[in-house]
Design a protein around this ligand. Structure first.
Ligand code: NYM
Ligand code: MG
Length: 175
């Protein structure tokens, strides 16, 4: 029996298959007797999440720094609950996007990547990061690509490059 649950983050560009793989992972963990739960960022249900959703659906305009900080706030407001689940309830969390997306997308837009990192400093660190690396050409062919802000080939290529700069020893790329 684990003393605490694991914090597993799944990252990737848009349409890389994260949601499908996250669902598969949770279901396989559950079948192996591990109490696992799926969490997703941005969480579009909260107040900050609604502002983020409007922005992504191009219903509102926001300064690049302001939206970056909203994405960050959307994680901070979930921290206590995440901590309780992992530490007290010993649940393993599979998290669809996290602070890496925050830095990769905002710096791909042109913000300073050091500035981008600051607002997430102190968030709970993941135990494992799984990065789904699908060629952008393939992602582009998938249904729905292009509906939301950021779903543009040129930006996705830069996002992928920014993700690669964040890779460290806790990352597993395309397992
Ligand atoms: N995104 C996501 C960011 O720009 N910063 C963040 O901190 C996070 C968590 O939001 N294009 C972007 C990546 C996606 C978009 O995510 C919505 P999803 O997983 O498609 O709902
Ligand atoms: Mg998306």
């Amino acid at each position: 029996m684990l003393q605490r649950g694991l914090f597993i983050v799944v990252e990737g560009c848009d349409r890389s298959g994260k949601s499908t793989q996250c669902a598969n992972l949770v279901s396989n963990l559950t079948k192996s007797g591990i109490d696992a739960e799926l969490i997703k960022f941005p969480d579009r249900t909260t107040q900050t999440g609604k502002m983020i959703d409007n922005y992504l659906q191009q219903k509102s305009e926001l300064d690049d720094h302001a939206i970056h900080l909203l994405f960050s706030a959307n994680r901070w407001e979930a921290m206590q609950a995440i901590h309780d689940k992992i530490v007290h309830q010993r649940k393993t969390l599979v998290v669809d996007r996290y602070a890496f997306s925050g830095v990769a997308f905002s710096s791909a837009k042109g913000l300073d990547s050091n500035w981008c990192r600051h607002s997430d400093v102190g968030l709970l660190s993941p135990d494992i990061v799984l990065f789904l690396d699908l060629p952008i050409d393939e992602a582009e062919k998938r249904g729905g690509f292009g509906e939301e802000r950021y779903e543009k080939k040129e930006l996705q290529i830069r996002v992928r490059e920014e993700f690669m700069k964040l890779e460290d020893k806790n990352w597993k790329v395309n397992l």
